[in-house]
Design a protein around this ligand. Structure first.
Ligand code: NDP
Length: 328
């Protein structure tokens, strides 16, 4: 018998319950994976609360590592026994094993542990597309200043290190002085505690009044307005999350008044539209991790059955870096 964490309706952490599930054989284009570790992501909170609606009952979770147990018809890139890791849509990784689309699943290099693989796929490929694929036409160049909110979190600490490797001047924000220190220790050029300081004023000061080329904003409601004030003319607002709540409606004219700003809202799963695109992003991530330029910080571990506490801590902003759920 297999185990999974499911919700039957949207709500608080208490809605997540451990249940027995039957996992069948993979169909065409699918694989069955026996999990070794599971990644926790803020998107799991949105799906639990219903901010991102899903059909019920729902097994949460979009990231994990494990071993391939069975391969369906037409899957050429995986074999039984392969060590693998993935970011997946649809969800279902909060489980001991699952059947899922093979196109999301990548073989894990031998040098990368199951725990690291589980922690980094969704967050690391997100950092990859944000820094390398989001800005159109001109792109980012060494020395460019960017602002990255919640920089001591899972995606954030990976982005800090990767930005340093790319030669970017990353200005971090975080919700405590200790988190700011962590961002600085991981490659941020500057760090601002946005709970005690006016981050827009500080960004202007740091950039000599010019503003940054890109703001990467996963906080949403609380940071949206001031983030626009941090951009230089024709700068890009890259909104990619809503940890404080959804971004409110805004007037396009406000972008003109601030200097012809661009706004984009992208999601990882659009970038993962084909297996080839997913593999290319994963290979880039594996390379930067294997080179040591990006270290995956697993700062919290919870047994799968303690997932309610893991969600409480994530929502209470008590976590830093990556969090995994273990299967002991
Ligand atoms: P994090 O580890 O970054 O946790 C979220 C962080 O957001 C908190 O630690 C906290 O950091 C900050 N935060 C600010 N305001 C609030 C608030 N009101 N409540 C809770 N947290 C708040 O999570 P992840 O690394 O999993 O994800 C980071 C963000 O990226 C999320 O918003 C997620 O949805 C988004 N994301 C988007 C993707 C996409 O493709 N669009 C893909 C992957 C992630 P602090 O205390 O420093 O403010």
């Amino acid at each position: 018998m297999s185990l999974a964490i499911q919700i039957r309706q949207n709500g608080g952490p208490e809605e997540m319950q451990l249940v027995d599930i039957q996992v069948g054989d993979p169909g065409p284009g699918e694989v069955r994976i026996s999990h070794r570790a599971i990644g926790l992501n803020f998107i799991d909170v949105y799906q639990r609360t219903g901010l991102y609606p899903s059909a019920m009952p729902l097994t949460l979770g979009m990231e994990a590592s494990g071993v391939v147990e069975a391969v369906g018809e037409g899957v050429a890139h995986l074999r039984v026994g392969d060590r693998v890791a993935y970011a997946s849509n649809p969800p279902g990784s909060y489980s001991t094993e699952r059947v899922m689309p093979a196109r999301c699943v990548c073989r894990l290099p031998d040098a990368i542990s199951f725990e690291t693989g589980a922690a980094m796929m969704l967050k690391g490929m997100t950092a990859q597309y944000l820094l390398k694929k989001t800005l159109p036409v001109e792109g980012l160049h060494r020395g460019d200043a960017v602002l990255f909110h919640a920089a001591a979190g899972g995606v954030g600490l990976i982005a800090c290190q990767w930005a340093r490797a790319l030669g970017l001047e990353l200005i971090a924000t975080a919700g405590s002085d200790a988190k700011c220190q962590l961002a600085l220790a991981n490659g941020a050029a500057h760090a601002i505690n946005y709970r005690t300081e006016d981050f827009a004023a500080r960004v202007k000061e740091i950039t000599g009044g010019k503003g940054v080329k890109v703001v990467y904003d996963s906080v949403g409601k609380d940071t949206w307005e001031k983030s626009l004030d941090c951009l230089r003319p024709f700068g890009l607002m890259a909104s990619f999350g809503n940890a404080s709540g959804p971004v409110p409606p805004f007037a396009p004219a406000s972008l003109g008044a601030r200097g012809g700003l661009y706004v984009t809202r992208q999601t990882l799963f659009v970038h993962m539209a084909t297996r080839e695109a997913t593999q290319a992003m994963a290979d880039d991530l594996f390379a930067v991790v294997e080179s040591g330029q990006v270290k995956i910080h697993i700062d919290q571990r919870y047994p799968l059955r303690e997932v309610q506490q893991a969600h409480r801590d994530l929502e209470a902003r008590k976590t830093t870096g990556c969090t995994i759920l273990t299967l002991d």
